[in-house]
Design a protein around this ligand. Structure first.
Ligand code: ADP
Length: 357
């Protein structure tokens, strides 16, 4: 079965085609700068048309959808009702879900009759218990507006957890794992017996670890204080928290960890500070997740920083396990969200076919 995996961002489309269930990557590519002033690709429909010109016929399409709210615990075959629910989640994921929907709509038009599956970044974290996902706010905000921790990067956390079980040659159901997805966006998850029981991102992907340009955890009172002090509106404040904070904001140099490491080696104090803050917060979260699970069999590092920056991995774990008889294994595993989406798309289509037979 040939599966096209689509990841539509606000100005980009990334795609991979896999032959399943053999998991052979047939082709991949991306279209960038969609909708930008001097770009020849003004919308996702045009972009996807270009993708499909490069890709021979496919049997199914798997779409990455960032936010499934509480409506989706697992991947689903897309129909009108699913599309309506994804649209309802645009309110809580205004940067991501509209682009994901645009990709789905374009594929429906361009590939009539081909089954499409939505795989949600939030779905894997739907097993988190209520005492970990409810915020210390009036309960009505949850019951009326669904304000709660959702968590993101679920496809990546699930993929590396499965890989870890394979590498450790132990069933996932017997393992306690801490998975650290450290890319431009960073999140960490506590995975007990294959189920996510907590994660650092929250209602949006802003909470938790320090990221390239996102602030992660801060005192919420700072938001109104800075708005009053700088006389700025909510949009400007949102931009500060998401786009000009984190590693970039602290260092004043870059959001790119490789650049910061080289500046830190050259003794640039704010690059050193940004790195120290990043590592300190990561270590605190690893410690907290060890505490909630009682132990960990492995700490898994993935994505750009996690896979390639050894110093950050070792400093985040330094001294954490010295008192333990059986310290966790430290694993570096390359994430493959697209393959995970292809697997889940293949599974759901096969299940559907079996039901019909
Ligand atoms: P995204 O979240 O955009 O997919 P990545 O997983 O590519 O991000 O991670 C980007 C981060 O990883 C940057 O801070 C970058 O400096 C860091 N990084 C370190 N080494 C590499 C590498 N060899 N390739 C890509 N990113 C790297």
């Amino acid at each position: 079965m040939k599966i096209l995996v689509i990841n539509c961002g606000s100005s980009s489309i990334k795609y991979k085609v896999f032959e399943m269930p053999g998991e052979r990557l047939i082709s991949k590519g991306s279209i960038e700068h969609i909708g930008e002033a001097d770009s020849s690709v003004q919308d996702h429909y045009t972009g996807l048309k270009m993708v499909l010109e490069k890709v021979d016929s496919v049997d199914a399409v798997g779409h990455r959808v960032v936010h499934g709210g509480e409506k989706f615990q697992e991947p689903v075959i897309i129909d009108n009702s699913v599309m309506r629910k994804i649209k309802q989640c645009c309110m809580i994921a205004p940067l991501h879900n509209p682009a994901n929907l645009a990709g789905i709509r374009a594929c429906k038009k361009l590939l009539p009759g081909v089954k499409q599956v939505a795989v949600f970044d939030t779905a894997f974290h739907q097993t988190i218990p209520s005492y970990a996902y409810i915020y210390g706010l009036p309960y009505e905000y949850y019951s009326r507006y669904r304000v709660r921790k959702y968590g993101f990067h679920g496809t990546s956390h699930e993929y590396v957890a499965l890989e870890a079980a394979r590498i450790l040659k132990r069933p996932l159901e017997k393992l306690k794992l801490i998975t650290c997805h450290l890319g431009n966006g960073c999140s960490i998850a506590a995975i007990d017996k294959g189920r996510s029981i907590d994660t650092s991102m929250g209602f949006t992907p802003l909470e938790g670890l320090i990221m390239g340009t996102r602030c992660g955890d801060i005192d919420p009172a700072l938001v109104t204080y800075i708005m009053r002090r700088k006389k700025i509106d909510v949009y400007e404040m949102d931009n500060i928290l998401n786009k000009t904070s984190g590693l970039k904001g602290i260092s004043g140099i870059s959001n790119d960890m490789r650049v910061l490491e080289s500046h830190a080696k050259a003794n640039e104090p704010r690059a050193k500070l940004a790195l120290a803050i990043f590592i300190y917060r990561l270590k605190k979260y690893i410690g907290a997740y060890m505490a909630i699970m009682g132990r960990a069999d492995a700490i898994i590092f993935t994505a750009g920083i996690g896979e390639h920056q050894k110093d950050i991995r070792s400093k985040a774990c330094e001294g954490l396990f010295s008192h333990m008889k059986r310290p966790p294994k430290i694993l570096v595993i390359a994430t493959n969200e697209e393959l995970m989406i292809a697997r889940q798309t293949c599974q759901i289509i096969r299940r559907r076919r079996q039901c019909k037979e």
